[in-house]
Design a protein around this ligand. Sequence first.
Ligand code: KIV
Length: 268
Amino acid sequence: MKSVCDFSKMKRKGQKISMVTCYDYTSACIVSQSDVDCILVGDSLAMTMHGHDSTVMAVPDMMALHTAAVKRGAPETFIVGDMPFLSYRKSLSESIAVAGALMQAGAQAVKLEGAAGNTELVTHLVQSGIPVMGHIGLTPQFVHQIGGYKVQGKSKECAARLKEEARALEEAGCFALVMECVPASLAEEITKAAGIATIGIGAGRGTDGQVLVWQDMLGLNTEFQPKFVRRYTNGAEIFTKALNDYVDDVQKGAFPADENCFWHRSVA
Ligand code: KIV
């Protein structure tokens, strides 16, 4: 299994890191048979698995349940568990309890969004043995504050703020940093300046790695195809065809076939 040390090792060697979100046991079994470096049990599961319209609806119990299922499916894969909305903004002890629950559910690290007001917590978690991945740029838990899902860091001031956030999170002890929806040149600049690995989503090619959401990359989510997503298969089409083939077979009486049936042993 990879460890936090591998993230900086891979950065130093120029080996790109691949991360994918994963939320359930069966999918985790598939990831564990692939070459993907690490799994993010992202709070995006509030949307992709529970049908909510934002990640604001994710709660600690939900995150721990999904993390435990993923761990059972991919026991040898490095797992990052997302700290959900407000779970790290109430008090230090509540934040530690949530991070602890995710680690005990099977994560090897936690991720949290934003730098302002979080750096002390990051240091405390790291000093308590909990590796932390930062997340800057478009931070979906702030969707109502940002006013929608928009590219961040386009203006000089915003770019300067993101550079400062990256620096502060590294200084606080983060072992890696997700950058979401920021201009490619800015992400590359931050990556070059950072001593820790950066993982981009909608942040161009200049980061140390990439992360994609399971449903997006496998074409399971037909309504959502932003510019930064590449679909590696047409999952929804393939599954729909399989389901319709099954219905046809049932209607024709072609399923179950003899080999799918149990028979009495013939009596001599
Ligand atoms: O929750 C999530 O899926 C994420 C990724 C988009 C980075 O935070």
